[in-house]
Design a protein around this ligand. Structure first.
Ligand SMILES: [Zn+2]
Ligand SMILES: [Zn+2]
Ligand SMILES: [Zn+2]
Length: 156
C-alpha cells in the first residue's frame, strides 16, 4: 500500500508534566517555586508561585513597653520586617497605630516655693522638674536670678 510522507511522521506528544511539587516555599515577601517533571523524559519545568501572605519571613515578637512621660510606648505585638505588617499574637493583622501607647505627660506634684519666688514642680513619675514664676510675687524673680548668674560666673 502506498503511503504519503505525512503518514510517516509521528507527532511529538509534548511533555507529560506530573502534578508538580513545591521546591521553594513562598513567603510573604518572596515568591516560591513549583517544579513539574515530565513523566516521559524527566525534563523539568520550574514555575514561580504567588506570595504566601501568611508565611512570614521575618516575624518578631515585640515586648510590651509602657509609655514614659515624653516617649510613646507600645503594646506587645508581632511585626514582620519582610512585609512590614503588624499582627496580634493570634496572627490577626492590626494597624501600626493600634500598637502605640501615647506618652502620658508629666504628672507634676503640687509644687514647692523656691528662694527666688518661683515654684518648682517635680514630676512624680520621672522626677524631672520645672520652675514657674509665682504669680503673686511679681518682679521678685529678676534680682535673685541675676545674683545666681553672677555666682556661677564667680565660681567658674
Ligand atoms: Zn517530556
Ligand atoms: Zn511578613
Ligand atoms: Zn515625668
Amino acid at each position: 500500500m502506498e503511503i504519503t510522507l505525512e503518514d510517516t511522521v509521528i507527532e511529538a506528544k509534548g511533555h507529560a508534566w506530573n502534578e508538580g511539587e513545591i521546591t521553594v516555599e513562598a513567603t510573604c515577601a518572596t515568591p516560591g517555586e513549583m517544579t513539574y517533571t515530565c513523566t516521559t523524559c524527566e525534563d523539568t519545568l520550574v514555575v514561580e508561585t504567588e506570595l504566601d501572605p501568611e508565611n512570614h519571613e521575618d516575624l518578631a515578637y515585640m515586648e510590651w513597653q509602657d509609655p514614659a512621660c515624653e516617649e510613646d510606648g507600645h503594646t506587645d505585638y508581632m511585626y514582620c520586617a519582610a512585609c512590614g505588617r503588624y499582627f496580634t499574637e493570634d496572627g490577626e493583622e492590626i494597624d501600626a497605630a493600634d500598637t502605640v501607647l501615647a506618652a502620658t505627660g508629666h504628672k507634676w506634684d503640687e509644687g514647692k516655693p523656691t528662694d527666688d519666688g518661683g515654684i518648682v514642680y517635680t514630676c512624680t513619675v520621672c522626677e524631672q522638674t520645672k520652675t514657674e514664676t509665682d504669680e503673686s510675687g511679681t518682679g521678685v524673680l529678676d534680682a535673685p536670678t541675676g545674683s545666681l548668674l553672677l555666682l556661677r560666673v564667680a565660681v567658674a
